[in-house]
Write a new protein. Structure first.
Length: 266
């Protein structure tokens, strides 16, 4: 429960810095993270493609903004403010080393593919060019169009991070109230409730499944009970054939042999 955490950046510095780099890459912090170059590549492909629509691009841009919002919401909740749960200490090398490697890649791997406006590095796309088809772009899409699209991606990422700081960073305008889970402000209630999706998922799937299992439990139980009765009846009928008399067993073998011969002869 992240609402029971806080102030962990002083106690878990390795975790904090690697987590911060990961959140920055997910949010698409411009120029210094691989997330910026990957988001820019995706959004530019959507914007410039003749097969796409503008509403798809705006939806993706909104998603980029929300990614920065929820990523840094977690950062500000867990690593800033007062310590609510005393940590046991940093993880060992087996956990820290993979985190450092991932943080390093999050900062550097994006430079393998940079747009025309920022150096035109095409190492990754050149590597994939033998497997992927050449993409077409709309007429009139030049470097100035790409620069404007990159500016929009940058603004969306920074806007999401700024909103997270405004709403959840302790000491900010709403941060002091935002750390209190019992707040009754409608906007904070909506955000803490996962935009209502958690409640919607619970009503549509969890509660409906519980209702189905409660109503169908008797029918399922009767099915298993019927199988048990059938097995018990078959056992009772077959047990009468075990008389212990050799003549009965010999006759059974003879009858069975005749039945098999008749079956194969048909």
């Amino acid at each position: 429960n992240i609402f029971k955490m806080g102030g962990l950046r002083r106690h878990l510095p390795w975790t904090f810095w690697t987590f911060l780099i990961g959140a920055a890459a997910m949010s698409g912090v411009p120029l210094i993270t691989s997330g910026f170059y990957s988001k820019d590549w995706i959004l530019w492909s959507v914007w410039s493609s003749p097969l796409s629509h503008r509403w798809i691009w705006f939806g993706a841009l909104l998603g980029a903004m929300l990614t920065g919002l929820y990523s840094f919401r977690l950062i500000f909740r867990v690593f800033f403010g007062e310590v609510r749960t005393q940590p046991t200490g940093e993880s060992g090398l087996a956990m820290r080393l993979p985190l450092v490697v991932l943080a390093f890649l999050a900062l550097t791997v994006g430079f393998l593919e940079m747009p025309h406006t920022l150096g035109n590095v095409t190492l990754f796309s050149h590597y994939l060019s033998h497997a992927l088809p050449t993409t077409e772009i709309l007429p009139g899409m030049d470097e100035s169009s790409e620069a404007r699209e990159q500016l929009a991606v940058t603004v969306a990422a920074l806007l999401g991070i700024g909103l997270a700081a405004l709403l959840f960073l302790p000491g900010s305008l709403f941060g002091a109230r935002g750390t209190d889970q019992s707040t009754t402000h409608p906007s904070m209630t909506l955000l803490q409730g996962g935009w209502g999706f958690d409640r919607l998922y619970d009503r549509l799937f969890v509660q409906s499944w519980f209702a189905i299992t409660r109503n169908s439990s008797d029918m399922v139980d009767r099915g298993y009970e019927w199988l048990a009765v059938c097995a018990e009846s078959c056992h009772g009928w077959l047990s009468h054939t075990q008389t212990g008399q050799v003549r009965w067993y010999a006759a059974s073998i003879a009858v069975g042999t005749l039945m098999l011969l008749g079956l194969f002869a048909m």
